[in-house]
Design a protein around this ligand. Sequence first.
Ligand code: TYD
Length: 127
Amino acid sequence: MIEIRRFSDNRGYLSVVEGEVDIPFEIKRIYYLYMVPEASRGSHAHKQLYQLMIATSGSVHVTLDDGRNKKTFVLDKPWKGLLVAPGLWRTLDDFSGGAVCLVLANNKYDAEDYIRDYNDFLKYKGL
Ligand code: TYD
């Protein structure tokens, strides 16, 4: 988890993420998840992709699994970011009403970078 820089004054808050300054990668893509019903998203791993996830509104639970251990992180503040390295199986669920999960990524969309089958993931990890 990283704490994202924030500036506040009597007009409220502003948070900023600069690629290669606040996070260890250049930002090549952003996408965001919203209006998520009672559903689980993700359920895949990436071979190369680095991401930063931020719940800019509401909250979401992100579970990271390296094939041996799982840990669930609660994203519930616009200044809390979760850096997700490659080689981790991720599941996003428990989206609160109105939640928006912003994702910054170090590469363009590449379907070849995905591992979508959990057994393939374990094999990829050599487990
Ligand atoms: P999907 O990978 O199923 O989303 P999640 O990981 O949140 O469960 O993606 C849903 C659709 O969006 C799928 O058809 C691929 C497409 N997509 C893009 O075209 N570009 C992107 O950058 C992303 C993340 C998804």
